[in-house]
Design a binder for this molecule. Structure first.
Ligand SMILES: *[C@@H]1O[C@H](CO)[C@@H](O)[C@H](O)[C@H]1NC(C)=O
Ligand SMILES: *[C@@H]1O[C@H](CO)[C@@H](O)[C@H](O)[C@H]1NC(C)=O
Length: 363
């Protein structure tokens, strides 16, 4: 499984960078290093055993999230985070062109496609990163400035085409709506005749990627896609799960330790699941907890397809123990997984800090 770049040697996907990087000389070293980081983190006194303590929510989670629930099951989102327009004109002085393409009008789903300008000069085919934005399944858009900037920089630095998918949000559209939209997006990518896609995308070199809730979507969409006829979707090489958003009925050590973490308070976290999971299921449902129920069995599909999986996380994220558990379970299941965990930071750091983002896709 390789991404081939114009200037690069063949590398596992987590090294998809055209920058000179120290592990370029040794794939084996990169692996050893990644596994070392994983185990360092695990060994580093993380209390991995889950606990069943339920923390009473003494704050109003809707207030925390700035959400107003409506009697008809929808929510009002008073915050209007800044959005950025696409820039499709090749005469513009920009390193990356972008444009919005409709996927399914009846669902208002679409993709913002990013094309690095260098692709226009060299008619080589580029890898495609299919990106799913974060926002707890409830918030934000592919047009949100934070994700626009993230995808713009990633397309430029990695030299890849990026397709950032606008999927339907909960609670108006509960899961699995977002996963269905993601799979539909993959089918659309395969059949759409848009010239950016057909001229510049290597359809055999596609990765599903997402941060936070987007990481959850990339994972579950991957499992859904693995069940679809292979001829209907482009050839997926791997999943890139950046601080993926998972939960469960029992609290982990890091959740208890970081209960009031300002970027992802546990109360708010619970409310997001409440609003996005199918009505009546608990948080050990397979959409939410990939290590419970038939989650481990479903993981076998990833192994059978031979996909690589990269899971990244950081010690300051309440969800880090779950991400480590996921990596350990995948390792036991024989999935080709690399965990990349760093100390400190917080949930969503790569969305807000361009340097952290660059560290991420330097991997
Ligand atoms: C639900 O209620 C909100 C607020 O009252 C309203 O704006 C919205 O149009 C309603 N949606 C539906 C589908 O009825
Ligand atoms: C769009 O979505 C609708 C509703 O799910 C579905 O019936 C229809 O087939 C989709 N259209 C296309 C072009 O895929």
């Amino acid at each position: 499984m390789m991404i081939v770049f114009k200037h690069s040697t063949m590398m596992p996907f987590f090294s998809f960078t055209h920058y000179k990087s120290f592990w370029r000389s040794s794939i084996a070293f990169a692996f050893a290093f990644a596994f070392f980081l994983t185990f360092l983190l695990i060994a580093n006194s993380l209390t991995l055993q889950t606990q069943s303590t339920t923390i009473p929510c003494n704050k109003d989670p809707y207030k925390e999230l700035n959400l107003i629930p409506n009697p008809n099951g929808t929510v009002t989102r008073p915050n209007k985070p800044p959005q950025s327009p696409p820039a499709p004109d090749p005469n513009l002085n920009t390193l990356v062109l972008s444009k919005d393409l409709s996927i399914n009008q009846s669902k208002s789903t679409w993709a913002r496609v990013y094309l690095p300008r260098v692709a226009l000069d060299h008619s080589s085919k580029l890898p495609l990163l299919v990106f799913f934005h974060g926002g707890g399944f409830i918030f934000l858009s592919a047009a949100s400035t934070i994700f626009h900037d993230f995808c713009f920089n990633m397309a430029n630095d990695v030299v890849a085409v990026v397709a950032s998918i606008e999927y339907r949000l909960a609670p108006e559209h509960r899961l699995p709506a977002a996963y269905e939209d993601a799979v539909e997006a993959l089918q659309w990518i395969k059949t759409n005749r848009d010239d950016w896609l057909t001229n510049y995308v290597d359809y055999s070199n596609v990765f599903l990627m997402g941060s936070s809730a987007g990481g959850n979507i990339a994972y579950n969409a991957g499992l859904h896609a693995a069940a679809v006829d292979e001829n209907q979707i482009p050839k997926i090489q791997g999943l890139i799960l950046v601080q993926p958003f998972f939960s469960g009925t029992r609290r982990t050590g890091s959740e208890l330790r970081l209960e009031n973490e300002p970027h992802l308070a546990l109360c708010a976290n619970d409310a997001l699941w409440e609003l996005s999971l199918p009505v009546g299921v608990d948080r050990d449902h397979e959409y939410c907890n990939p290590t419970a129920g038939n989650g481990p069995a479903r993981m076998g599909m990833i192994k059978r397809r031979g996909w690589w999986v990269l899971v990244t996380g950081c010690g300051g994220d309440p969800l880090v123990d779950r991400q480590v558990q996921l990596v350990r379970l995948m390792q036991r299941k024989g999935v080709r997984v690399v965990g990349h965990f760093t100390p400190g930071d917080y949930h969503g750091v790569q969305d807000r800090d361009p340097l952290k983002a660059r560290e991420l896709y330097g991997w």
